[in-house]
Design a protein around this ligand. Sequence first.
Ligand code: FAD
Ligand code: NAD
Length: 475
Amino acid sequence: MSSEYDVIVIGGGPAGYPAAIRAGQNKLKVACIDEWVNKDGSYAFGGTCLNAGCIPSKALLESSELVHRAQHEFAVHGIKVGDVSVDVATMQKRRAGIVKASTQGINALFKAAGVTGLQGHGKLLKGNKVEFTGKDGKKEELTAKHVILASGSSPTELKSMPFDGKQIVDSWGALEFDAVPKRLCVVGAGVIGLELGSVWRRLGSEVVVLEALDTFLPAADGAVSKEALKHFKKLGLDIRLGAKVSGADKSASGVKLKYTDAKGEQTLEVDKVVVAIGRRPFTNGLLGEGTGVQIDERGFIKVDHDCKTGVANVWAVGDVVRGPMLAHKGKEEGVMVADLIAGKIAEVNYKTIPSVIYTAPEIAWVGQTEEEVKKSGRAYKVGSFPFLASGRARAMEATAGFAKIVAATDDDEILGVHIIGPMAGELIAEAVLAMEYSASTEDLQRTIHAHPTLSEAVHEAALAADKIAIDFPNR
Ligand code: FAD
Ligand code: NAD
């Protein structure tokens, strides 16, 4: 193995592996070190996202959504399926197969881009050297002109209720349940809580979600949060706000949780608990003595706008640095850094990072919420279009939700787009592109949208912002 590289990336998740691939495409000599080990002991590139996050959760969301539709929606189409039963083992085998295909794909991508994939632990040493410890425990010192730190994040544990991998699990554990728990508690009504709570609810669990805050989904636009709560309740998610967990008693028959809410002390008995209260930057064993890389008070590696750490030629990207913990944010940072290293012009536009929650209805947004715009004091207008008025949504039996645009009154700039409804995560791409190119609502209004498509909802919302919607009464 060669020990001298132009670039060494530590971490092979969605921030690290794209950085390595782009560095390879830029004709740099690059190695990507990753220590991810799956529960069967196999090493795999792809980090949290491919192994235990985005991909497996979407696989189970899809399967469980099909179960729900077969049970509750097929009949209206005139399709009779009788009793629908779930074979969890087959469902999980499919999930595992999708993960394997995705992670193995990275080996092929590395080969095509000339990236050396090294499986084991990487530690940054003083003077931009990297200590690599292989699977066999053998250590080797590597040198690199540039080092990119992409060590990601790990789930936050509740001190009063540590993970045990069986009854109290993190999101990875909840993705790999081998049977449907009868009674499930999810602590945290964030993205993971809602996605995984939906999966197990649709498969038959009684799901209680305990959320410490009094407000539901505060990061989303207020109208979207309100609409979403309505649909989660309809699904049967028992979401309890203002609930602060203080501890749990475990026994062979389950877990007895103690929490307090506005009414006082409460208890809840369940079979399993998923703790999904956020994630923390992961830097264990990453930095040797005296590297000079600084960590902030919340554990993130300090970086500037361009992901420079302040130590010459040491960069950091993805969940381990400030900003939303999203795979696509990490990917763009990784690619940007690999291009900057190669002397190209590159930047990440942090104002146009989309957020998607893959529930049903799906939730997606980009830019500012109406509440944020109001607070900023800028005069604004709002256009909204319900999927109930969309021909395509009606044909799909998916009429829940709406598309909403918030735009500036003075220059018509699109400030935020918020969608709750079918395929919201796909529809938001148009809004991201529009905002990336500083399009106005008039630009969206004058863009032809095929009929009948769900994208017409975004078009009509843009028209509604100026009270000229065609397919819905203007108010
Ligand atoms: P990670 O993916 O955590 O990868 C870091 C890698 O570095 C890991 O493989 C780790 O083992 C390795 N590593 C760490 N330290 C070292 C070291 N010293 N030496 C060698 N290797 C090291 N985001 C989305 O955008 N969309 C989604 O739908 C989505 N769904 C999610 C669902 C779940 C259940 C979870 C938990 C997360 C989800 N996320 C989603 C978030 C997404 O997974 C993360 O934002 C993303 O994985 C971060 O990428 P990263 O490369 O920074 O870190
Ligand atoms: P989150 O920050 O989205 O939600 C955590 C929730 O837990 C919050 O509502 C918070 O108020 C609540 N909480 C915190 N402490 C609590 C406590 N002690 N008791 C009860 N509730 C408490 O975090 P997450 O859902 O764990 O997800 C972690 C990260 O992974 C997020 O940054 C998210 O962006 C990312 N992720 C993204 C997707 C996606 O893009 N679709 C999916 C899953 C995860």
